[in-house]
Design a protein around this ligand. Structure first.
Ligand code: SF4
Length: 531
């Protein structure tokens, strides 16, 4: 019996996401037959052959620009789909063109707030299937699925922007590949499990959902479907039976040290906009800090932190380089502690290995000039930080554990060592004032030499966070929790506060500050190896 794993649109197709290659590796290791398809990437290529590409543009100037660029967008698309006989320098140029096209045509979908609630998603599912995505599914995906004849189809929903396309996909799979057990999982499913499972139409769309870590539950689900045994033994599974929702207990995840290196072999790595040279790897479970009151990660990834042993991590990196030809590795851990960055760097340097890697970290003073230089020697080329605000009062209220006085020195240590930095900030944390936002804006404006990329977004009040559990502690006087009155952004709640910026004001200020956002997040195309 075959399991098909699908990654739905819409995200940036610059490199593959980790969830499905990890599940794929775990199913394979347990002896299951499994196939993986990145529908996000495939849909991107599908859309690029649409007749009127310029219709996705909003301004006349953009439309003109796209009209002019359409012939070479089409040509680049054909080159990347052809691969094989195409000279590397043309492939490199084609990828650069498509990255440009993505920025112009699709970037807006990455952060779109095109839905507010499960009700909104469900009521916006196209009734007659007469949109671009529906034709893509009917022409390309469903015939392929029917040929594969899977016993299980799994959809991984990592980002909020994938929710609506995931349910469009589920709807058509349920109609056309009705024999397969359809299961959804991923961070968004873990976050929204309660809402999703209590939504009446859900039992007609999917068969089950897996919350929290998926490796062990998916393996057990595959065993059950294969042998026809009861689903009641599958941990972390929520399923529908005779009109009832059954919630199985959540089990401790498999140790991160027992997992195998993720498998990317089913993916067309050369078609990603970075040419498959950057691949993701995770080296820990859970965030070692875990105190930020707005953070959903600890609910999704668990409260306990577990680290994969450094020699295993380096073996993973070697495997990925050897098997998939990647030269850049993105360590996607929630946050890498400074000590661990040092240990990983020492292992790489002492073994004389040659990697390029980036990671997420916290702005801690333990990132000394010596440590940053060691990381640079070990191939670290970029570190991503969540700064959120440049005000000590707001940072303390958030539970970030960051001292404003350490921010500039730490960033300087990285930049001085030749490592690029990326920072993200949120606007309108409850009780934050316009003056405090202005202080953050000034910091970003005056210190452009300390970061390469920056993302500024409005604060989003999400469920299952410390803020959601104790809103009054943070000056929130009312949270709009009912589906019908829920008009949040990125599936968050709208709220009212007794002081500081209102929900609407923070939304407006974040929009005004969008001009600060910088997106250069890639190694220079010239530096891309394998091209
Ligand atoms: S450091 Fe990042 S991942 Fe960790 S709790 Fe804070 S926001 Fe969440």
């Amino acid at each position: 019996m075959k399991t098909v794993l699908l990654y739905p649109p819409r995200c940036n197709p610059r490199s593959p996401y980790l969830s499905l290659p990890s599940l794929y590796a775990s199913l394979k290791a347990a002896g299951h037959d499994v196939v993986l398809k990145d529908l996000n990437l495939d849909f991107f290529y599908h859309v690029l052959c649409k007749k009127d590409l310029e219709n996705d543009c909003t301004t006349l100037a953009e439309k003109k620009e796209i009209l002019k660029a359409t012939p070479w967008i089409r040509e680049s698309r054909s080159l990347l789909l052809a691969h094989g006989s195409v000279p590397k320098k043309h492939m490199k140029q084609a990828r650069r063109h498509l990255r440009w096209a993505y920025d112009r045509l699709f970037k807006k979908y990455e952060f779109e707030a095109g839905y507010q609630s499960i009700h909104h998603i469900m009521s916006s599912l196209p009734k007659h299937g007469d949109n671009e995505f529906a034709s893509f599914l009917k022409e390309d995906v469903i015939p392929w699925l029917k040929k594969e004849g899977p016993g299980i189809v799994g959809i991984s929903i990592v980002f909020p922007n994938q929710l609506s396309k995931s349910f469009e996909l589920a709807k058509i799979i349920k109609q056309q590949v009705a024999w397969a057990h359809l299961v959804i999982g991923g961070p968004q499913v873990t976050k929204l499990a309660e809402d999703l499972s209590s939504f009446p139409e859900m039992s007609g769309l999917i068969d089950s959902m897996i919350v929290s870590n998926g490796e062990k539950p998916l393996n057990m689900l595959a065993d059950c479907i294969k042998t026809g045994s009861t689903l009641s033994t599958v941990p972390n599974l929520i399923y529908f039976k005779e009109g009832k929702v059954i919630r199985n207990p959540v089990d401790a995840p498999q140790s991160i040290n027992e997992l195998t290196t993720p498998e990317f072999q089913d993916l067309h790595l050369h078609r990603y906009l970075l040419g498959g040279v950057i691949l993701p790897l995770i080296t820990s479970r859970g965030c070692y800090w875990g105190k930020c009151v707005f953070c959903t990660y600890r609910e999704i990834h668990g409260r306990k932190t577990e680290f994969r042993k450094i020699p295993h991590v380096v073996e993973d990196m070697l495997n990925m380089k050897k098997r998939f030809g990647c030269s850049y590795i993105h360590l996607v851990d929630d946050a890498m502690p400074p000590k661990r960055c040092g240990a990983l760097s020492n292992e790489i340097v002492s073994r004389g290995l040659d990697f390029k890697w980036k990671c997420n970290a916290r702005l801690e003073k333990a990132f000394t000039p010596e440590l940053c230089r060691l990381m640079a020697r070990a191939g670290c080329y970029k570190v991503v930080f969540g700064l959120e605000s440049y005000n000590q009062r707001v940072l303390d209220l958030m539970g970030k554990g960051i001292r404003v006085k350490h921010v500039k020195p730490v960033l300087k240590n990285f930049v001085g060592a030749g490592i690029k930095t990326s920072i993200s900030c949120m606007i309108g944390f409850p009780t934050e004032t316009a003056e405090e936002v202005e202080k953050t804006r000034r910091f970003l404006e005056e210190n452009k030499d300390l970061y390469t990329t920056c993302v500024v977004q409005a604060f989003n009040l999400e469920g299952e966070t410390e803020l959601d559990r104790n809103p009054e502690k943070f000056g929130i006087t009312r949270v709009f929790r009912e589906e019908k009155e829920r008009h949040g952004r990125r599936y968050g709640y709208r709220y009212e506060t007794k002081k500081g910026l209102s929900w609407e004001e923070s939304e407006k200020m974040a929009r005004e500050l969008q001009y600060i956002n910088t997106w250069e997040d890639l190694p220079e195309p010239e530096a891309l190896p394998g091209d």
